[in-house]
Design a protein around this ligand. Structure first.
Ligand SMILES: [Zn+2]
Length: 348
């Protein structure tokens, strides 16, 4: 199957009532781990690259690795997504390269650190939407600001400072025509999300549910949604790591989100933990080894295990064969004719 539009993938997820994991990649092993899991569980999937990933791996390498994934797995729908685009130019460069989806994170200014005004966010996001939709490319926007910093991107803080206001979410969706909407409900990027198992005082699932009630047909996106499982933390610390005690977003909260309009769930930290734990174990147990394959293979396997588990938990497992890819050119026509609506349904 060629790369598919993320809009198509999320529309199908909404029909089926499931969520789709969006997994970050930086290298070949991570792409292979995701595809191994997608094949094993028969899952459609979103592969996403941050600006940091694009610069680490170099655009052409990463792009062609993801194309190889599509070539080798014709039965799996794959959307290629730019994670946290900081400007129109970043999104444009991803679209020119062949990404089928971009996130314009206008919640922050172009420096990727300073919270932007609502008006600035609407303006830059709308500009990306106009450019992307003309080319059949999906757009995710963000309203509210997440906590934490990852790859130099983020406002820092706890994630509770700029929780999304449901009224603003409605206005943002109406003014921009985004296909998917990332909201801030107290989550943060990175491993250190919560200092104890999160409850409603720090993880605002009530805000998510309120937004879904107002925007029942809008695909919601949960960022910073690794679960940071204790067993993965323990492996790292058992083999010489020094992670501080931390909590992520419990899977049951994500599943509650999926029942309330969440269609895309971003997961990165869990995969990083799984790979690092596996590498540490090999190097600790067998310090005489020096062939990178000796630790990259177990690292890839450990990540595949986590991804496959998330695919099952999010409900995307078993859905790879539900539909045929609509070409990006057809998707562009759909936006133009209005067949693919960008006017959100608003419950008042
Ligand atoms: Zn994010």
């Amino acid at each position: 199957m060629p790369l598919v539009s993320m809009r198509q993938l999320l529309d199908e997820a909404a029909k089926g009532g499931y969520g789709v994991g969006a997994f970050n990649v930086n290298d070949m092993e991570q792409i292979q781990a995701i595809m191994g899991a997608a094949k094993e569980t028969k899952s459609p999937v979103i592969i996403q690259a941050s600006r940091g990933a694009r610069s680490f791996a170099q655009d052409r390498y990463l792009f062609h690795l993801i194309l190889a994934a599509a070539e080798l797995n014709p039965e799996i729908p794959i959307a290629m997504h730019q994670d946290h685009g900081n400007s129109f130019e970043t999104c444009k460069s991803a679209i020119e390269l062949g990404y089928t989806s971009v996130m314009m994170d206008g919640s922050l200014k172009e420096d990727g650190k300073t919270p932007a005004s609502f008006e600035e966010n609407v303006a830059v996001t709308k500009k990306v939407v106009d450019y992307a939709h003309e080319r059949g490319v999906t757009v995710e926007g963000e309203i509210g600001v997440l906590g934490g910093i990852e790859d130099g991107h983020g406002a820092g803080g706890t994630g509770l400072e700029h929780v999304t206001d449901p009224d603003q979410a409605v206005e943002f969706a109406e003014k921009t025509g985004v296909d998917a909407l990332a909201i801030a409900i107290g989550t943060s990027h990175g491993a250190y999300k919560f200092t104890k198992k999160p409850d409603g005082s720090v993880l605002k699932m009530d805000v998510l549910i309120a937004i879904h009630k107002r925007l029942p047909n809008t695909h919601l996106v949960m960022h910073g949604s690794s679960s940071v499982p204790r067993d993965l933390q323990d492996i790292i610390n058992k083999y010489g790591g020094k992670l501080k005690e931390t909590w992520g977003v419990p899977v049951e909260e994500i599943q509650l989100g999926i029942r309330n309009g969440v269609r895309k769930i971003n997961v990165d930290t869990d995969n990083r933990l799984a790979m690092t734990g596996a590498i540490r174990k090999v190097l600790w147990d067998t310090p005489e080894k020096f062939d990178p394959r000796d630790y990259l293979k177990p690292a890839r396997e450990a990540m595949q295990k986590v991804v496959a588990l998330r695919m099952t938990q999010f409900g995307q497992a078993g859905h790879a064969g539900d539909y045929q890819a609509v070409s990006i050119a057809e998707i562009a026509k759909g936006y133009k004719s209005g067949a693919l609506s960008t006017k959100p349904l608003v419950a008042r």
